[in-house]
Design a binder for this molecule. Sequence first.
Ligand code: ZN
Length: 74
Amino acid sequence: METKWQTCPMCDSSEIKRVKRTLAFDTKNGKVKVPNLVFDECSSCKEQFFDEEANSKIDTYVSRSVKKPHIPSR
Ligand SMILES: [Zn+2]
């Protein structure tokens, strides 16, 4: 099944754009950065929508960070 947003469920705008951006997520182990994440964003209210692919990418990065309690800073 393909997820495509025709209109924004938050503000009813049809200005949903596919963007590619690096996002940081707050987790129990601190901030997790997901580079070059492709997702849909409403240009009107800036709500972000993640499809299955984006979600699994986020999952990968978040679970990777959970296995390592401390991300070594170099
Ligand atoms: Zn919106």
